[in-house]
Write a protein that binds this ligand. Structure first.
Ligand SMILES: N[C@@H](CCC[C@H](N)C(=O)O)C(=O)O
Length: 328
């Protein structure tokens, strides 16, 4: 039997699968099939999730472990900010460390344990980098330019300015009023740009944001490979940088910026060193369930509720209390 955990960062939910615990690690094809089956709220377990975070050994010097991100549709993402916080917590407990590097697809990223956000709400800070702007890094095409920073892009939507950033997964960002933010446009643009379209042929994470005040944002995200999520860590990080580039009088570097989202709240800190941007993302890392499953069912992508033994933690109640306190 193998133990997995269900976790979340700002209610962006994942299963953590540690390949080092298996007799035979899952192949890439098996990981993709498992993600599609297990994360589905109907065919999967524990009401599904937004993806699977796959932990494995790293071959890189000085790096504690590797994290891979498999989206709910079985595609692989280069990074996941909310997920990295939960993997940081998993690895911190497994190895007894509080400040270390985790290998991701394009970079070894620093993660650090932080003071709890609230009683029973553990928190971690993770590095979001590298940050890239060029068309080929997203990628996008047929928009007549090589980068988009706070520009009208009528091909995508009238009356809105957009910024595109890879951190390094691809993000499209726009700031708008409250009503537009909570209307239907995000779903329409997100669905279109993650399906057959002439601009973002690999798909893109779409972030709509409202500026709440100095160093304060609300962000909603439609994720590539997933759809609507409660929160997207790389999305909130990219949106914070787009905020500072488009509204420099309202967003400070080297200062915590509060980012609310439908699942809670995180803090981001923007940095610009040696001509490069990077972002710190600080937020909760909750473990809601531990469960055991026969390894063969993972290989067969056949993990169903009657075949797992689940132990729920009491962390969701503490998290709900934290979120309620944000609204007071
Ligand atoms: N939820 C994540 C981002 C996950 C990856 C995304 N779906 C993609 O394909 O780029 C986050 O917290 O950053």
């Amino acid at each position: 039997m193998v133990e997995l955990t269900k976790v979340h960062g700002s209610m962006n939910q994942f299963f953590i699968l540690d390949q080092t615990l298996l007799d035979t690690p899952l192949t890439d094809e098996e990981l993709s099939a498992l993600a599609q089956q297990m994360t589905n709220p109907t065919t999967g377990v524990l009401d599904g999730s937004d993806g699977i975070l796959v932990v494995d050994h790293s071959e890189h010097d000085g790096v504690l472990a590797q994290m891979r991100v498999i989206n709910a549709d079985g595609s692989e993402a280069s990074m996941c900010g909310n997920g990295l916080r939960t993997v940081a917590r998993y690895l911190a407990q497994k190895h007894g460390e509080t400040d270390f590097l985790v290998e991701t697809m394009y970079a070894d990223l620093r993660v650090r344990q932080q003071p709890d956000f609230a009683p029973g709400v553990p928190a971690f800070a993770v590095e979001i980098s590298p940050v890239k702007f060029d068309r080929t890094d997203l990628p996008f095409e047929n928009l007549g330019r090589d980068r988009i920073v706070d520009e009208w892009v009528p091909e995508i939507a009238p009356g809105l300015k957009f910024t595109t950033l890879a951190v390094p997964n691809p993000h499209l960002i726009s700031f708008m009023d409250h009503e537009t933010l909570h209307g239907d446009l995000l779903g329409e643009v997100g669905t279109w740009l993650n399906g057959d379209n002439p601009y973002f042929t690999d798909g893109v994470n779409v972030n709509f944001a409202e500026i709440l005040g100095k160093n304060e944002l609300f962000v909603r995200t439609f994720e590539r490979g997933v759809g609507f999520t409660n929160a997207c860590g790389t999305g909130m990080s990219a949106t914070t940088l787009a905020f500072a580039l488009s509204h420099p009088e309202l967003a400070d570097f080297n200062t915590p910026i509060t980012v609310y989202n439908p699942g809670g709240m995180v803090k981001t800190i923007l940095h610009h060193n040696n001509h490069q941007y990077w972002i710190e993302l600080i937020g909760n890392a909750a473990v809601t369930h531990h469960f055991t499953v026969d390894e063969q069912l993972l290989h067969d992508a056949n993990v169903t509720p009657d075949q797992i033994d689940v132990v729920a933690t009491d962390e969701q109640a503490a998290y709900d209390q934290f979120v309620a306190s944000l609204k007071q």
